[in-house]
Design a protein around this ligand. Sequence first.
Ligand SMILES: Cc1cc2nc3c(=O)[nH]c(=O)nc-3n(C[C@H](O)[C@H](O)[C@H](O)COP(=O)(O)O)c2cc1C
Length: 393
Amino acid sequence: MTVSLHTSILGIDFENPFLLASAPPTSLIESIDVAFQMGWAGAVLKTITPDDLKMIEASPRYAVLEDKKRIIGFQNIELLSHKTVKYWCDGIKYLKQKYPTKVIIASIMAPVNKNAWQDLVKTLNDTPADAFELNFSCPHGMPEKGIGMAIGTDAEISSTITKWVKEVSQKPVFVKLSPNVSDITSIVRAVEQAKADGFAAINTVQGFMGLDLKTLKPLLNVNGKTTFGGCSGIMVRPIGLRCVAQIRQASALPILGQGGISTWEDAVQYICVGSDAVQICTEVMLNGYKVIGPMLKGLKNYLEEKGFSDINALKNKAVEVLTSHKDLLKTPLEYPKINHEKCGRCGKCVTICMESEHQALQLNDGNIVVDKNHCAGCGLCRFVCPTGAILKE
Ligand SMILES: Cc1cc2nc3c(=O)[nH]c(=O)nc-3n(C[C@H](O)[C@H](O)[C@H](O)COP(=O)(O)O)c2cc1C
């Protein structure tokens, strides 16, 4: 079977579904040039703002969450692009001339002012960028000026700005949504009514990495003070998957899914919740543009193994199985089955089961025994067993 990674969204051709997200890896034209040579299908440019929007960055900008010395997430407090609009206009023209088949999406943000948004759009209309992405969703940049997440958490303002942009845009418009809302679908509906063409999600999740317990200073320490920032990377993936699934449940428009993609498998998960293509930032910041190689290879092999000719066969697979808790068929119970050869007799499962309500496991004559009268079939014991000796019955 011939497998193709090609995909088409709103009439735009993508060589493959992997885009660089708007972030430090898309902050410089010459770096994007390198990324395109390495196989990325496209780039969402670091968010472009009107030249008169003043921004002062903090130093440092990152704190990290580690698990056994592996970074599984960032908290960042970076703001937007510091390059001029002209830099981006010239750069887009240069990149498109050199790479006509690559997709370039101009991420934009401006204060809540019709002229500011429309002037930016009109200027970028004259470039060969394929689409716009409206950044309504940066959690730390800069709510005091009424922008970023201050827009994306308010359905009315999101709708108003989308309308302003659509009045003048000559390109498709994706709205980049914030996960920092209690009901993402209310924003989805508002911007869809305002004629948005698609969505990008998620931007970073607002969070706080805490203090260094030795010094009691913030882990993200800016002269002794800190602030809430945007969390990204592996640690936010379940939030991203949930948000994209909810967007897909509420709308049929295209979605550029993102948030914690570090492998091709993660990308597949995003496609299964309804993404038409994916974007990646943190993984590239940690391991470089070269991560695209294994992602392309892994996705292609997977499609081949599954007998799928392209990613369309995967789209919405997870959405099809999502329902409400009340509609889950709750029986029969899934009892644990002990592999006595693998069991290390440590008793951890017995302790955890007892201390987490059910008291269904006992160590009898050196063997773990399941009392089905007490077992709720919750499955916790399978995950805490250090030797993998507990299976489903
Ligand atoms: C340091 C940093 C800077 C970012 N800057 C922007 C930005 O300028 N515009 C934007 O829309 N998103 C920005 N993002 C958010 C990313 O594009 C992406 O939505 C988010 O990090 C989740 O994806 P990831 O887990 O692959 O990083 C930034 C993220 C990070 C970590």
